[in-house]
Write a protein that binds this ligand. Structure first.
Ligand SMILES: NC(=O)c1ccc[n+]([C@@H]2O[C@H](COP(=O)([O-])OP(=O)(O)OC[C@H]3O[C@@H](n4cnc5c(N)ncnc54)[C@H](OP(=O)(O)O)[C@@H]3O)[C@@H](O)[C@H]2O)c1
Length: 261
């Protein structure tokens, strides 16, 4: 019996794969047998380290998704090198500054919207023809519980993630007849550099992991917790799932990054 969890022979693309959640996703997809291409913005050292670690199963592409068109160029370049992807994970993301709406600039709204939402749409537009030709595929967007919580000080980020989830829903309807599934993974606080910065901004703690004891199962979500769900959504054992949002927060408060249990 073939192992239906495996991704052998498939090409998987991941945006923002050099660090944090994206790096864990790249590792997971490679472990499952996919040939993985990922993009990163500026941390070339982290990207090269991951490529070396995965020893031929992953390749890295520099692409600043804040630039319109860069996501499509990444997909085109990786497809030319590896073949058409049938798995696409749009994970790259940046946090917003935490200012209130009154003090948020248009530049910040546009930057977050571009990186989270428009780059995701561009990547899909570029990847869809190949997935259709292959008879199907799986697209996964990494969103956040913030898209539900919509709390104070988060307007550019929350608006951008809400747009990501809208895109995922629309695409899931449009592509179902082409065998392409589209799902969302929405973590709460994750122990990454972004997670550490969020914790530092909101408390005296220095790192997300310093809050472990206060979180479900005795730990803040780890990147691998998110990557396991992405790996499942990428493969055939989730073949009847589309238009779903999986909240990965240990059953904590679904509306906020900060666990209050
Ligand atoms: N951490 C959390 O608490 C948390 C919670 C919920 C959802 N999320 C979401 O999870 C995803 C990953 O976040 P993370 O915590 O892993 O963040 P992270 O540790 O800051 O890593 C972000 C990754 O995205 C890449 N990236 C950022 N801006 C980019 C751009 N303009 N173009 C290309 N790549 C870019 C970075 O590449 P470089 O290093 O090269 O710049 C890096 O690989 C994001 O979508 C985030 O919104 C995070």
């Amino acid at each position: 019996m073939p192992d239906r969890t495996r991704l052998d022979g498939r090409v998987a693309l991941v945006t923002g794969g050099s660090r944090g959640v994206g790096r864990a996703v790249v590792r997971r997809l490679a472990e499952l047998g996919a040939e993985v291409a990922f993009c990163y913005r500026r941390d070339v050292g982290a990207a090269e380290e991951l490529v070396a670690e995965l020893d031929g199963r992953a390749s890295a592409y520099a692409a600043d998704l804040a630039t319109p068109g860069a996501a499509a160029e990444f997909v085109a370049a990786a497809s030319a090198d590896l073949g058409a992807p049938t798995v696409l994970v749009h994970n790259a993301g940046i946090a917003s500054s935490g200012r209130s709406v009154e003090h948020t600039t248009q530049e910040e709204y546009l930057r977050l919207y571009q990186v989270h939402a428009l780059a995701g749409a561009e990547a899909c537009t570029a990847a869809l023809p190949g997935m259709r030709t292959a008879g199907g595929g799986s697209i996964v967007f990494v969103s956040s519980v913030v898209a539900r919580g919509l709390g104070a000080g988060l307007a550019p980020y929350a608006m951008a993630k809400a747009a990501v989830e809208a895109l995922a829903s629309v695409l899931s309807f449009e592509e179902r007849t082409n065998g392409i599934r589209v799902n969302v993974v929405a973590p709460g606080l994750v122990s990454t550099e972004m997670g550490d910065r969020l914790v530092r901004a909101g408390s005296a703690s220095s790192a997300a992991e310093s809050l472990d004891a206060h979180y479900p199962f005795g730990r803040v979500c780890r990147p691998e917790d998110v990557a396991d769900v992405v790996g499942y959504l990428a493969g055939d054992t989730s073949s009847y799932l589309t238009r779903q949002t999986v909240v990965v927060n240990g059953g904590g408060n679904p509306d906020t990054l900060v666990h209050e249990g």
